[in-house]
Design a protein around this ligand. Structure first.
Ligand code: UD1
Ligand code: CA
Length: 460
């Protein structure tokens, strides 16, 4: 799509959403609706983008990549007025085609944008509006077709009874030639039921000026879906959830029971992997083949290798290589890299740590700010003591070490390859290769003394 640009209207106040910020930031599958719209534009290859912002402008700018321009619409005077606010952007792209989209309609997918663009170019239109045929057209702008194609778009509140019967509606996306659009914007008037400047009026205006205009039927009623309330937002989430499942089923992923399973649209999941109930997969996760994820797990921006098993565990912004087993009830906090074949059991917390291959930490262990070699065994209750009240320090553990149960490794500390610590040791010094460290008080055993401690013997 050379010589194209896009304008996204996102200045609506979304009163019914009752959000403190902009409606377009309300989320469908963990990502703001506006993000979906941006991704759809990128997917179709639309060129430079500009977003019209209003309420919550700063928050909206906060999720936009730097290269995307914004203009502010200070008063909400209608969709036509919103586009007028971006007149400078449109002027800077004279000679190009401009796509206008709404920031609260996440399902206008790249295929539809592309289909409408092809028709727009083939017919040489000044404006091509995306339409859809819906069961209940209430509230939408109706596409009015006459002998010479589409003649006008009439809003619900301005439509007569015959027009209200029309089920082909304006989906809310239009391709324009920038030059003619600027001309039409000049001529918009608020002479309608809502007293607003309607973008939709540009169709009849362009026709009147002798330009070609037409509608492109998207062929899928879902494209028009937007959210004006939390209830509708929940419906969009349901639909989006099913769409993601459908894609994953086609790719050979098994989700035998979908209860409580929520998977972000970006997730990449390999063949023959099973996702079990109560599992949430957020952000940019990449999961390999033949894995079992869940039940009751939460993965966010995680990478999991082939053949791994994740049971009832939280993993955030970390990498698990192939054939790692983890859980139940463990947590991998950001910036961990767990080598292949690791066995991480229950109640283990990992943070900002690198573990080599085949490391075992089967129970009740904290590993933080640690660089650990391969084939290391962490006994039950090991703690890397990484915080001394003022700063964090690293623990370095060589290959083939054996860390006895209830060992404290007080960082900064370094264990050479093959080092062994006795159970209950608190280690504050570096350990040479293959050394054994016993760092605990010797037992003192006093014969018969137990009797005194329990109860004073009779007559004494
Ligand atoms: C609009 C269309 C209607 C179409 C429907 C599809 C017009 C006049 N009507 O109606 O034909 O069927 O969408 O969903 O265009 N916005 C601004 N500034 C404004 C007004 C709106 O930025 O001053 C933004 C909103 O944030 C929203 C979008 O434009 O993202 C659409 O506005 P909305 O008020 O929801 O239009 P509808 O009445 O739904
Ligand atoms: Ca709307």
């Amino acid at each position: 799509m050379n010589h194209t640009c896009g304008l996204i209207l996102a200045a609506g106040d979304g009163k019914r959403m009752r959000s403190k910020s902009s409606k377009v930031l309300c989320q469908v599958l963990f990502q703001p609706m506006l993000r979906w719209v941006l991704d759809n534009c990128a997917g179709a290859g639309v060129g430079e983008l500009c977003v019209v912002v209003g309420k919550g402008a700063e928050d909206v700018r906060g999720i936009l990549p730097e290269e995307i321009a914004t203009v502010e619409q200070r008063e909400r005077l209608g969709t036509g007025h919103a586009v007028r606010c971006a007149a400078d952007f449109i002027r800077a792209h004279l000679g190009e085609d401009l796509l206008v989209l709404f920031g609260d309609a996440p399902f206008l997918f790249p295929e539809v944008i592309e289909k409408a663009y092809r028709q727009h170019k083939e017919q040489g239109n000044a404006m091509t509006v995306v339409s859809a045929v819906v069961d209940d057209p209430f509230g939408y702008g109706r596409i009015i077709r006459g002998e010479n194609g589409v003649e006008a778009i009439v809003e619900e509140r301005d439509a007569d009874d015959a027009q209200r019967q029309v089920r082909e509606i304006n989906a809310g996306a239009c391709w324009y030639q920038c030059g003619p659009l600027l001309e039409a914007l000049e001529e918009l008037t608020p002479a309608n039921a809502q007293g607003e400047l309607y973008l939709t009026d540009t169709l009849a205006i362009l026709r009147g000026k002798g330009y070609r205009t037409d509608a492109c039927d998207a062929g899928d009623a879902r494209v028009v879906l937007g959210a004006n309330s939390r209830r509708q937002l929940a419906q969009l989430n349901d639909i989006a959830r099913e769409m993601v499942f459908d894609r994953l089923y086609d790719q050979g992923v098994d989700i035998p029971v979908t209860d409580g399973v929520i998977i972000s649209p970006q997730a990449v999941i390999g063949r023959d992997t099973t996702i079990l109930p109560g599992t949430v997969i957020k952000g940019n996760c990449v999961i390999g083949e033949n894995c079992v994820i869940g039940p009751n797990s939460m993965l966010e921006d995680a990478k999991v290798g082939d053949g791994s098993v994740v049971k009832a565990t939280w993993i955030t912004r970390s990498v698990l290589e192939d054939h790692v087993q983890i859980g139940p009830f463990s947590q991998v906090r950001p910036d961990c890299h767990i080598g292949a074949g690791a066995k991480i059991g229950d109640f283990v917390e990992l943070k900002n740590s690198v573990l080599g291959k085949d490391v075992h930490a089967s129970h009740l262990t904290y590993i933080g700010d640690t660089d650990c070699g391969s084939r290391v065994n962490f006994g039950c209750g090991v703690v890397t003591v990484n915080y001394n009240g003022t700063g964090k320090n690293r623990t370095v553990i060589g290959d083939d070490c054996f860390i006895g149960c209830n060992t404290n490794l007080v960082a900064p500390v370094k264990l050479g390859d093959g080092a062994y610590t006795a159970a209950g040791s608190t280690v504050t010094v570096d350990l040479p290769e293959n050394s054994l460290c016993i760092a605990r008080a010797r037992e003192t055993v006093k014969e018969q003394r137990g009797l005194y401690s329990r109860k004073k013997p009779e007559g004494k």
